[in-house]
Design a protein around this ligand. Structure first.
Ligand SMILES: NC(=O)C1=CN([C@@H]2O[C@H](COP(=O)(O)OP(=O)(O)OC[C@H]3O[C@@H](n4cnc5c(N)ncnc54)[C@H](O)[C@@H]3O)[C@@H](O)[C@H]2O)C=CC1
Length: 379
């Protein structure tokens, strides 16, 4: 049965305003009817509810884009394998979702919405089950990884290195989701700070976020020998290996991680490009990776590394990282990669656009649509 896009869109006018309540209702109903599913989810459900609503919105907005929607749902399904989702769970989810929508929308809900959503959900479930099955044929759902390095760099920043037991296939610039034994079922995304290595080891730069469960666990309750779990690699901020164009990397704080991985990858290219790597930090003491960056610098003659300090009272030349790029008269004639906090990325990209850098040359971890939430966050 084809999905009735017009009816779904119409229903969205009454669903969207009460979407938060639908999220709460949906999970309450799901766990009441299927208590065995509760243990698949984290203790705190706020983020989970946001993800559900985000996914629903993506489905509704992209119903006309068949291939794009299939790609999105496939990625969602591959990500969900780590939660232990099985094909038999999907019908229960569909029933509870439609029930929650009907209940929260109230009298404005029409009978035709039921049928349209049941069809739409069936389509979503079919695509996801198929994608998960295909992936399961050759890829694990999770990668157990032993912590082999744990180095505090300052009080609230840790550099963690792990060694997955099986080969972890990823590209420089991507990120992984990670779970520690301290908080089962709680996953957080962290960019991988090194290009793939023969020893299969991955390094993460983790700033402790106040109240952040996983970042605190990694910094203060994790030791070499512990085992963490990794979900599949994700992210599309990658190097164009065929290009020899000048590369400018602009990092804010731990946003350095994926850009450092890309610098490493660029060192294998047959024709190494010229690279400018700017690391923006608030204070001098926040430049947690400077010795490593300098080591990289001495191995790569075409690499320039610049530290920009924005808020250090001891430093008269306080500059935002984008100001440092301008002050060093960098020619912005190639690809520019920007990574850091959402605000930092927004401000920096705005400045780059103002300087005439074409949007297609600016690469970030953000939804190309622009206004949407960042695709990666760490906590
Ligand atoms: N793949 C990704 O997208 C990754 C993103 N991140 C994000 O990067 C951020 C790093 O945070 P911290 O290490 O605490 O660094 P931070 O927030 O202390 O900032 C470091 C630099 O960014 C600049 N900055 C911050 N806010 C700015 C703004 N509104 N406008 C212009 N410049 C600004 C600061 O001046 C400083 O130079 C986190 O939000 C983290 O989630 C980190 C790793 C990977």
């Amino acid at each position: 049965m084809p999905v009735d896009i017009a009816v779904i869109r119409q229903s969205w006018n009454v669903v969207a305003p009460v979407a938060d309540r639908i999220g709460v209702h949906f999970y309450a109903k799901l766990f009441a009817d299927h208590p065995q599913l509760r243990e698949m989810f984290p203790p705190a459900m706020n983020a989970q509810r946001d993800r559900l609503l985000h996914a629903l919105t993506q489905v509704v907005l992209n119903l006309e884009d068949g291939p794009g929607l299939t790609e999105y749902l496939g990625q969602l399904a591959r990500d969900h394998r780590k939660y232990g989702v099985l094909p038999e769970h999907y019908p229960a989810v569909g029933r509870c979702l439609v029930h929650a929508m009907r209940a929260e929308v109230g009298p404005a809900w029409r009978a035709v919405y039921d049928a349209a959503w049941i069809d739409a959900y069936r389509f979503v479930a079919d695509v996801m089950v198929h994608a998960a099955e295909q992936e399961a044929a050759h890829t694990p759902a999770v990668w157990p990884a032993v912590v082999v390095g744990h180095e505090m760099r300052g009080r609230e920043l840790v550099v963690v290195t792990v060694e997955p037991r099986e080969r972890y296939p990823y590209r420089a610039g991507q990120y992984a989701t990670l779970q520690t034994p301290v908080w089962p079922k709680v996953w957080r995304q962290y960019s991988i700070a090194n290009a793939p290595r023969p020893d299969n080891r991955l390094t993460f730069h983790v700033r402790v976020v106040p109240g952040g469960w996983v970042s605190t666990a990694l910094a203060h309750h994790t030791r070499p020998g512990d085992t963490v779990l990794l979900g599949p690699p994700r992210g599309a901020m990658l190097l164009d290996r065929a290009s020899t164009r000048h590369l400018v990397f602009i990092a804010g704080g731990t946003g350095l991680a994926p850009l450092k991985a890309m610098v490493e990858e660029s060192m294998w290219l047959p024709e190494r490009p010229n690279i400018d790597l700017f690391h923006g930090v608030r204070r001098h003491t926040d430049a947690y990776d400077l010795p490593d960056l300098m080591a990289l610098r001495s191995a790569h003659r075409r690499l320039r590394v610049v530290k920009a300090v924005s808020d250090d009272p001891a430093d008269p030349r306080r500059e935002r990282v984008i100001d440092a790029v301008q002050n060093h008269r960098v020619t912005l004639d190639g690809d520019v990669y920007v990574c850091g906090s959402p605000d930092m990325v927004r401000v920096t990209v705005g400045q780059l656009r103002g300087l005439g850098v074409p949007p297609r040359m600016i690469h970030t971890e953000y939804d190309p649509g622009g206004a949407a939430a960042p695709l990666v966050h760490t906590a």
